[in-house]
Design a protein around this ligand. Structure first.
Ligand code: XIL
Length: 330
């Protein structure tokens, strides 16, 4: 097999989400990372609750380890994430009585967090997911635009998004700044994201691109992906696929398996081939593709009794049939 990063070298950097334990050449993970990838993202350790669980007390160890490993081995780093309703400490939103903070206090704290984190990794982290998952998954008619149950939204309304990008640009003017979300290829959500990004651009808020998480399914529609890429291309922003994984199941009811069957292999081959053909076709706007893991040994989608097998590398981090199918495209 040709290493993934060689396959895509004329197209886009290819990345993986990793833990600090993977950032070690003495592991099969470290070995696979330097062989196949030229970009990494911290799966968890750059999230607010990891970096600043207690106010003013930063924990850099895991994130530093990933950044150092990346520097030593010529990998780019995509930062994830600065502003999110999930995996963020309560003190960012609530006072000691559990009441929502004032805008002034919450905004100052957010600015401090973004500035401290981005300053530490200036020059080492080339792009950041500045805001993650701010749009509503509900209401296809678009009446409910933002995720209103986010404490960020409750404190600020949508303006925290604008502020986060302004803080981020101030902290590191060279970094590429992304808005990142899931379900972003479905018409009802991509249109909300489009309106948001358009509003930010119209107001001269510094944003460079949109991250489509890419937690896709075997039945994912080619047309949905193409229409979404066309839409954001029309806005003149970069597009990155930030969290690609493709579980082998057709539905959430399908019986689980701990074994990768021939049926799984067949269906996954086809969809992966379709996806990468589309991504190759859009190389003018796609500036990065990151898998949300390295190989099938570990995925956030695994459940007891049911593994997701969502990647191009198998449980031993070796290329699997879907990999060779993608290789044929190049
Ligand atoms: C997931 C991690 O993979 C898990 O290990 C963690 O327990 C929860 O978060 N969208 C995102 C990612 O933006 O940060 C999430 O990562 C997956 C969904």
């Amino acid at each position: 097999a040709i290493p993934l990063k060689e396959l895509f070298k004329d197209y886009f950097p290819i990345g993986a989400a990793i833990t600090p334990q993977h950032a070690d050449l003495a592991t099969i993970h470290g070995e696979a990372l330097v062989k196949h990838f030229n970009s990494v993202t911290a799966e968890n350790v750059m999230k607010p609750e990891s970096l600043q669980r207690n106010k003013g007390v930063y924990t850099w160890e895991g994130a530093d380890r990933i950044v150092q490993f990346a520097k030593n081995n010529n990998l780019q780093v995509r930062g994830h994430t600065l502003t999110w309703h999930s995996q963020s400490p309560d003190w960012m939103f609530y006072d000691e009585n559990g009441e929502l903070l004032s805008r002034e206090v919450a905004s100052a704290q957010l600015e401090e967090h973004i500035t401290t984190v981005m300053s530490r990794y200036k020059g080492d982290v080339y792009a950041w997911d500045v805001v993650n998952e701010a749009m509503s998954d509900w209401d296809p008619n678009g009446e409910i635009i933002y995720r209103e149950d986010s404490p960020w939204y409750k404190i600020f309304g949508p303006s925290y998004i604008d502020s986060a990008f302004v803080f981020a640009h101030r902290a590191d003017p060279e970094a590429k700044l992304f808005y990142n979300d899931y379900n972003s290829i479905f018409s009802w959500k991509r249109n909300k994201i489009y309106d948001l990004v358009k509003r930010l651009k119209d107001n001269n808020i510094p944003i460079d691109g949109v991250g489509l998480q890419g937690h896709w399914m075997i039945e994912t529609s080619e047309q949905d992906i193409r229409t979404t890429l066309d839409l954001f291309r029309g806005l003149g922003v970069e597009i990155q696929i930030t969290e690609l994984d493709l579980p082998v199941y057709l539905s959430s009811n399908e019986e689980g398996s701990m074994v990768y069957t021939e049926t799984f292999s067949q269906r996954q081959k086809q969809t992966y081939s379709m996806i990468f053909q589309v991504l190759l076709d859009y190389k003018d706007v796609i500036t990065g593709v990151t898998f949300w893991g390295i190989g099938d040994d570990a995925s956030w989608l695994d459940q007891p009794g049911r593994k997701a097998f969502p990647f191009l590398l198998d449980e031993n981090l070796q290329p699997k049939p879907a990999y060779f199918e993608v290789q044929k495209l190049l």
